[in-house]
Design a protein. Sequence first.
Length: 262
Amino acid sequence: MSTDPSRETIYTIPVNDAFSRPEPCPLCRLAERCEAELLDYYLGPSLMEPDVRQQTNAHGFCQSHLRAMYLSQKNRLGLGLMLRTYLEEGRNEWCGNLNQAAGAQAEKRRLFGTKNSDSGKEALRLAAQNLRQETEDCVVCQRSAYTMDRYMDVFCWLFGHDPVFRQKFNRTQAFCRPHLALLLDSAAKYMDRRTAGELAAALADKQARYWDKLSQDVEWFTLKFDYRNTDKPWGDAKDALPRAIDELEGRTEGGLTPDEST
Ligand SMILES: [Zn+2]
Ligand SMILES: [Zn+2]
């Protein structure tokens, strides 16, 4: 159940800002803002602080955040220094993984001839799994998930207690599919049954209308390829594909539709 988090203005203000426009998806706007602040933080002066460096060495960054840092063109020297220590510390662990996998194969060959045994395969899979975990581990993802959870706690409180915020929510056109899932999880975590019921009903109605319109726009986009429709107006169909993709997968990680507020 949500306790009154509305006094935590550091979370309340961004949530209210994100819902100040009806366009989808307010939670993409929140997440984008949060991730941009975190990327600036890790590329800013904090980069030289030992405890921050310890964090970035331990976890590293995922593909999308590493690329975003590089493409921002901010502080490439800092990014270089971070990558250097990450590589220096990481390579021992990764080499250890590979050596272990190779060693397990050699051992089995000695014992059982050339046949690939189950435990040899298991060692390969384990090494792959460790590498994959390291690849996906990311300080920005971790901290933005934490902050988004704080935002969702605030959202649930505002939805249940603040009539002005409820009006803003009612004007919201839709949420992207990933954030719809986040909303439902958060409702289960922070809302009482009655409020969660109101939210779920409102979402069911909102999303049905939005998905119907989006589907019609995508259809009209495809029909515009028919020569008989060449001279007919585009309506809302011109950007239907990027809007559909952002709706289905979320705009946060390199969305295709521009955020008008920036
Ligand atoms: Zn979203
Ligand atoms: Zn990440």
